[in-house]
Design a protein around this ligand. Structure first.
Ligand SMILES: Nc1nc2c(ncn2[C@@H]2O[C@H](COP(=O)(O)OP(=O)(O)OP(=O)(O)O)[C@@H](O)[C@H]2O)c(=O)[nH]1
Ligand SMILES: [Mg+2]
Length: 241
């Protein structure tokens, strides 16, 4: 997966993922994630108006307060471009456009603040999402327990999105005694199984498994021959499915 755009007018070599139409969710960004490459950014600007070339994929982030949702989104998208985000009380939106095998994909990421006063945003954030990221803080067990509530809230509005369970702050978690980690690993795996979700431990601070999660979503949606490696070693960032 490249992070620069490769404009194409031919039908997407990927074909649309199930239930997703090109440009269906949000307009593409005025610029892409070109790692600071000015030429690539300019190219992205030129064809930004060409919505048909872009497959929009909406992804929602849910979970308790202060578990690291916004940090995760900002780590993935980058915070150096103020144009690619939209902020409302309790709801943040960021877009990131990338090229996959000659097609352009625009991830539209909807981050709902965890406080209960913002629960009204859950329906709009979940409708039409292709993936829902259920997030909890690995160092706070109650945030994992509360995942079940987030799951039920989201499923009311969207039963087809790919469910992903994400344990955040792996950097802090890795400092805990191994027995304590072991307990949380087992509990998180049980939740993931119950939700039929893929489980990832991540750290935005240390950039662990952030890009990989979006790569996983892309590969799964488009049936790309990229698979994640399972990692069940306690003390390491777990990936289970
Ligand atoms: N150690 C560590 N801290 C993190 C990580 N990600 C986020 N944090 C910290 O966790 C706190 C909350 O992060 P946010 O991203 O604001 O959490 P949120 O889930 O968006 O919170 P709400 O918007 O209130 O729902 C901040 O102090 C972050 O710096 C991480 O990977 N490791
Ligand atoms: Mg937030």
């Amino acid at each position: 997966m490249a992070s620069t755009t490769s404009p194409t007018r031919a039908p997407s070599p990927l074909g649309p993922p199930q239930g997703v139409t090109a440009g269906a969710v949000l307009s593409p960004l005025p610029r892409d994630d070109a790692d600071g490459d000015g030429a690539a950014a300019a190219a992205a600007d030129r064809d930004a108006a060409d919505v048909e070339d872009v497959v929009s994929l909406k992804v929602s982030l849910l979970g308790d307060c202060q578990i690291g949702k916004t940090s995760f989104m900002v780590k993935y998208v980058g915070d150096d471009d103020e144009q690619n985000g939209l902020q409302m009380t309790g709801l943040n939106l960021m877009d990131k456009t990338l090229a996959v095998r000659g097609a352009r994909i625009a991830f539209s990421i909807w981050d709902v603040a965890g406080d209960s006063q913002f629960l009204d945003h859950v329906p709009i954030a979940c409708k039409d999402a292709v993936a829902i990221l259920y997030m909890f803080d690995l160092t706070s067990r109650c945030t994992l327990t509360n995942i079940i509530d987030w799951y039920e809230r989201a499923r009311k509005w969207n039963k087809t999105a790919i469910p992903i369970l994400i344990g955040t702050k792996f950097d802090d978690f890795a400092k805990l005694p191994l027995e304590m980690q072991w307990t949380i690993v087992n509990e998180a795996r049980a939740y993931a199984r119950a939700m039929k979700a893929t489980l990832f431990f991540s750290s935005s601070t240390h950039n662990i498994n952030v890009n990989k999660i979006f790569k996983f979503i892309t590969a799964k949606l488009f049936n790309l021959p990229w698979t994640v490696e399972r990692n069940l070693t306690v003390g390491e960032p777990i990936i289970d499915f």
